[in-house]
Design a protein around this ligand. Structure first.
Ligand code: NAD
Length: 281
């Protein structure tokens, strides 16, 4: 039987440290959040970010642009934020309307204000183990692993999912800790090899977005399982791992919801405070 690894208590502890850091700063850090068009999911996420920011005495400034905003106009808004020394961090809410390419516009956010850690400069620094602003979800997973007390050195770690925001940066962070890191993705599944890799994992991290993709019986006895996936199934939110069966085999497993999620937004706030400190120094 596994121990449930909840994100909330870890997030609360980090928030207390962040509160103390903000209290010691000369001026309140400022986060500018830009949303283009309407989206109920993004609105809910903005609300959650705002609440978290306010609890930490962070000034959360929200800007909503029309759904017909051009890429050039959004870039201009971003450049204004880059030039404004009172702004410490910028976040562009997803999804964006079809005329805007996130990969393109994210490169216009100054690397110092890129609190999502997605600018090529910040991603590149992860390769050298020198990153200061790291993608929030990857950072959240590393915090959860730290809370387990596991020594990653030489461990068989399998990451399922190789997206730019989760799987790829996470693999680099794990390599930095000398974990023997395998990254699986759609190609692994198509080649019929996903089960074989998952069965080897002493630490399994899944970030795909497909409910029940990882069969509980594939989970290695005593493994640590971090389920990043968020899927809505018949009005319930579930992860990518068959939780009940995996719970019987794992030593530690995160719940969905309540595992990675509460930490992700906390990591965004930590990145903002880090960005403000870097700009002040
Ligand atoms: P994405 O769609 O960008 O990437 C999905 C990845 O899964 C790709 O690497 C793809 O190759 C792989 N994949 C798809 N089908 C597969 C299959 N059958 N077998 C193996 N691999 C397969 O997704 P993302 O943005 O990285 O998000 C992944 C999941 O994590 C989603 O459910 C998302 O909602 C969730 N998520 C949660 C948080 C959080 O804070 N808890 C944050 C970010 C993302």
């Amino acid at each position: 039987m596994a121990k449930l690894l909840e994100g909330k208590p870890i997030a609360e502890k980090i928030k207390e440290e962040l509160k103390a850091e903000v209290a010691g700063m000369k001026k309140k850090p400022v986060l500018v959040s830009i949303m283009v068009g309407e989206n109920a999911g993004a609105e809910a996420y903005v609300k959650q970010q705002k609440k978290n920011a306010e609890n930490l005495s962070i000034d959360y400034q929200f800007q909503k642009l029309g759904a017909d905003t051009s890429e050039a106009a959004l870039i201009e808004t971003i450049q204004k934020m880059n030039a404004d020394s009172s702004v410490n961090g910028v976040i562009i809410q997803m999804p964006l309307p079809p005329q805007i390419d996130y990969k393109k516009i994210s490169q216009f956010i100054s690397p110092d204000k890129d609190i999502e850690g997605m600018h090529p400069v910040n991603i590149g620094k992860i390769v050298f183990g020198k990153a200061k602003l790291i993608p929030c979800t990857a950072q959240a997973v590393m915090e959860l692993l730290q809370a387990t007390g596991v020594d990653l050195y030489g461990k068989e770690v399998v990451v399922v999912g190789h997206s730019e925001i989760v799987g790829k940066p996470l693999a680099l962070l794990l390599l930095e800790r000398f974990a023997t890191t395998t990254v699986c993705h759609i190609g692994t599944s198509k080649a019929g090899k996903l089960e074989e890799h998952v069965r080897r994992a002493e630490v399994l991290i899944v970030a795909v977005g497909k409910a029940g993709l990882i069969k509980g019986e594939w989970v290695r006895e005593g493994a640590i399982v971090i389920d990043v996936g968020i899927n809505r199934v018949e009005d319930k939110i579930v992860g990518d791992v068959e939780h009940e069966e995996a719970f019987k085999r794992a030593s530690i497993i995160t719940p969905v919801p309540g595992g990675v999620g509460p930490l992700t937004v906390t990591m965004l706030m930590r990145n903002l405070i880090q960005a403000a400190k870097l700009q002040q120094s």
